[in-house]
Design a protein around this ligand. Structure first.
Ligand code: ATP
Ligand code: MG
Length: 441
């Protein structure tokens, strides 16, 4: 029965002492997206399997090998079996949601973001999980290269605000269906010559979608792909002009990039611009952000012909990078005051004071484990309380108590009357400022 206390392979628990790291990346994601004019969208964890087949693409690793698909038990003998898949990414679900909710009939562009869990049946390793999390953003309704520049700028701003420094931006253009046809022919010719050396999946891809071979993780296929023709030599005028304008804008914004013609991205729906941010700190799974333009997707899914683009970042990989680079995380709330009650009448007063403090936003704590005074003070220390108060019959009678600074041991008399919250608040704030000043000098 050990299985019931073991999490599924490739999943992670986030313990309370790690959760504040997640708050940091999630809050900054929302804040950055909102300053770029993106609004949050939420959509289901599972969708009809067909949505992913159609959008992510039948020849991709994600659809061919990695999807978690489920059929409801009750549907198995029904006429219309439901075939659902846990979302392997967010672009498809977000696109489905904006189409279904008529959002593309409003003024364009529409800009949305999401922070979601995703599911892929992959071989678990550092930075590669079966349940992972993405911060994604999508923009619908702009065909202009400035939209691509905007999207890349937002990803970069976010990465910088997290404090991540060692990151490289790779960009490429994979053209449109028009110019890609010619390129596919050339690519097919090239790989045809070495067909026998390719992996089984890539031999199949050769017929349907030779560009996928460039994205294969097998070292042999990667080696063969090294000398393959590159798409940039085949771009039509429109695609090439779009790419030139994008590069110009990135330069103007001082966003450094490398043109990497090998980037084709793992999903089928991309057109024109594709990009990746790669961390040089977390090893093989260094891609922290992938994105690009997908002008054909909305129409493919049954919407109007609306150009679109987006990116997605892996939150686990971002946190790993931040840890490795020693970036700052937002700190969890500290316990401001521990009140130790010596007897029942002090306890009555304590619960009232603790409640009032909590109502004002302080973390106040008292004994819930039946500990003696000494053990209570030890516990207050363990949870990192900044101040402690001991309440006994003397204190209740006199209406005054000694407030102990747990770091310095310094004691200050404080009145327990109506002004208690104000007085305590003043002392706590003064201490916070003196700590900040100390840190600065
Ligand atoms: P990779 O090449 O690493 O497999 P991908 O091209 O499959 O990535 P995307 O589909 O573009 O990745 O997803 C966007 C981001 O989500 C990736 O850059 C990565 O940060 C994160 N990501 C993707 N798959 C996983 C996974 N299995 N575990 C953790 N993070 C992931
Ligand atoms: Mg992948």
């Amino acid at each position: 029965m050990a299985l019931i206390t073991q999490k599924p392979k490739g999943t992670q628990d986030v313990k309370p002492e790690e959760a504040y790291k997640w708050h940091t990346v999630e809050k900054l994601a929302a804040d950055t997206a909102e300053s770029y004019g993106f609004k949050e969208i939420r959509f289901p964890t599972f969708e009809n399997t067909k949505l992913f087949n159609r959008s992510v693409g039948d020849t991709t690793d994600v659809v061919q090998k990695e999807m978690y698909s489920v059929t409801a038990k009750s549907a198995a003998n029904g006429k219309d079996p439901d075939d659902f898949t846990l979302r392997p990414e967010g672009t498809a679900g977000a696109a489905r949601a904006v189409i279904e909710n008529g959002m593309l009939n409003d003024a364009l562009p529409q800009k949305v973001y999401y922070v979601i869990s995703c599911f892929r049946h992959e071989k678990p390793q550092a930075g590669r999980l079966r349940e992972f999390h993405q911060f994604g953003a999508e923009m619908y309704g702009s065909a202009l290269p400035s939209a691509d520049a905007d999207m890349i700028a937002m990803a970069k701003t976010y990465i910088c605000r997290l404090g991540i420094k060692d990151v490289e931006l790779n960009i490429n253009s994979i053209g449109c269906p028009k110019c890609r046809a010619e390129y596919h022919k050339e690519l097919k010719n090239y790989f045809e010559g070495r067909k026998d050396e390719l992996c089984g999946t890539c031999r199949e891809r050769l017929e349907k979608n030779p560009m996928r071979i460039l994205d294969c993780k097998s070292p042999i296929c990667q080696d063969i792909a090294k000398d393959a023709p590159i798409i940039l030599d085949y771009l039509c005028e429109e695609c090439s002009d779009h790419f030139e304008k994008l590069k110009k804008m990135l330069k103007a914004m001082s966003i450094e990039y490398t043109v990497n013609p090998k980037i084709v991205r793992g999903l089928d729906y991309y057109t024109k611009t594709v990009f990746e941010f790669v961390s040089t700190h977390i090893g093989a799974q260094g891609t922290i952000c992938g994105g690009g333009r997908y002008d054909g997707l909305i129409e493919e899914l049954g919407g109007n012909s609306v150009p679109a683009l987006g990116f997605a970042m892996g939150l686990e990989r971002l946190i790993m990078t931040m840890e490795n680079e020693g970036c700052d995380f937002e700190q969890p709330k500290r316990c401001s005051l521990y009140i130790a009650a010596m007897d029942d009448s002090a306890l009555e007063k304590t619960v009232v004071m603790v409640k009032k403090l909590r109502d004002e936003g302080f973390w106040a704590e008292y004994d819930l484990a039946g500990r003696g005074l000494k053990a209570q003070m030890k516990y207050a220390n363990k949870i990192g309380a900044e101040f402690a108060l001991v309440l006994g019959s003397n204190e209740i009678e006199s209406g005054k108590a000694m407030l102990k600074d747990m770091e310095t041991g310094e004691q200050t008399e404080i009145s327990l009357g109506d002004k208690f919250i104000d007085n305590f608040s003043n002392i706590a704030v003064a201490k916070m400022f003196s700590n900040v000043l100390e840190d600065m000098t």
